[in-house]
Design a protein around this ligand. Structure first.
Ligand SMILES: Nc1nc2c(ncn2[C@@H]2O[C@H](COP(=O)(O)OP(=O)(O)OP(=O)(O)O)[C@@H](O)[C@H]2O)c(=O)[nH]1
Length: 308
């Protein structure tokens, strides 16, 4: 994979977010020494950019400490924001770890409908196939025939197998068959799509609990990962989703999607700050190649719109 175009894509993906940050900060760059009032306004601008109050406070403290007796330029502000964001993002930037054994490693993918779950599963499968892992997809969202069909279309594109059951069938039965098939065929990774009907929280919780029970019986360590797919365009609402899915599914890591279509990418920082969950990857487009392992420095500089 050639990294340069990727970086461009990531930057393009975060452009709306960094533009919004710039818009919010406009008028706050001064030629005079930074005073308390301007610092307050900068802090508010950062909160308005979805970065979260704790992050905004850290940047404020940093700006105050560095004084800027001769005023603050946009470039200097973006640089400091980038450095502070990197400190917050670095501990959570953790690629999805795949151990070769025991086979299969099971990745349960959860998230509300429309968050980009199916697309993310396909992109993840593609990344893993590129690393020479054998991958099987399980269509655990049995609620809608369209969801099963969509997973199948993606599986064909990526060149992996998919296991599914009847519409409305028992999702844990599909998962059971998936583990059996992966074990029999020596497939490394089983990625499980799940239903995302948060409007029926109890039903979803029961369904996920049953999938876990079935998996646990076949392999006590499974699922090895429970990845929550979050749509960045939902902004602060994404933070509530983390809370709910932690409760119903026991999330072990995040993938944030649709960063290319939103000015609300700052929410990724707020998520890191508030929940400290690993961020495995970010989605910056609809194509198979548009999932990028999460890199704290790249993301921090792209969000802040700081120079390379
Ligand atoms: N721009 C952009 N669009 C994305 C990204 N990821 C997914 N999408 C789009 O978002 C829409 C929903 O994605 P799906 O993968 O179908 O979402 P889902 O969560 O599986 O939704 P259901 O099938 O309704 O459960 C599709 O049109 C995708 O192409 C991304 O990173 N960027």
């Amino acid at each position: 994979m050639n990294d340069a175009p990727w970086l461009d894509r990531l930057r393009a993906g975060f452009r709306k977010t960094s533009d919004r940050l710039g818009d919010n900060l406009t008028g706050l760059f001064t030629k005079a020494a930074l005073d308390g009032e301007t610092l307050d306004e900068i802090e508010e601008a950062l909160i308005a950019s979805d970065l979260g109050p704790a992050t905004a406070a850290k940047v404020r403290t940093r700006l105050a400490a560095e004084r800027f007796e001769r005023g603050l330029t946009e470039e200097a502000a973006r640089e400091i924001v980038a450095q502070e964001l990197e400190k917050i993002l670095a501990p959570v930037a953790q690629p999805l770890e795949i151990d070769a054994f025991p086979r299969p490693q099971v990745i349960l993918v959860v998230g509300v409908n429309g968050s980009g779950k199916t697309t993310t599963i396909a992109k993840l499968a593609h990344l893993l196939v590129e690393q020479d892992y054998g991958v099987l997809l399980a269509a655990g969202d049995t609620f809608r025939a369209a969801a099963i069909e969509q997973l199948r279309i993606w599986a064909d594109r990526v060149g992996v197998q998919v296991i599914s059951g009847p519409e409305g069938g028992d999702s844990s039965a599909v998962v059971f068959d998936g583990v059996k098939k992966a074990t029999a065929e020596g497939i490394d990774v089983l990625i499980v799509d799940t239903a995302g009907r948060l409007q029926n929280k109890k039903g979803l919780m029961d369904e996920l609990a049953k999938i876990r029970r079935v998996l646990g019986r076949l392999n006590p360590a499974a699922p090895h990962n429970v990845v929550l797919v979050l749509d960045a365009t939902t902004g602060q609402n994404g933070l509530n989703q983390i809370e709910v899915f932690q409760e119903v599914a026991g999330v072990t890591g995040l993938v944030m999607t649709k960063l290319d279509g939103t000015a609300r990418g700052g929410v990724l920082v707020a998520a890191a700050e508030q929940y400290g969950l690993p961020i495995h990857a970010v989605g910056v487009g609809e194509g198979m190649d548009d999932l990028r392992p999460f890199d704290a420095r790249e993301a921090a500089r792209a969000i802040a719109g700081a120079k390379e």
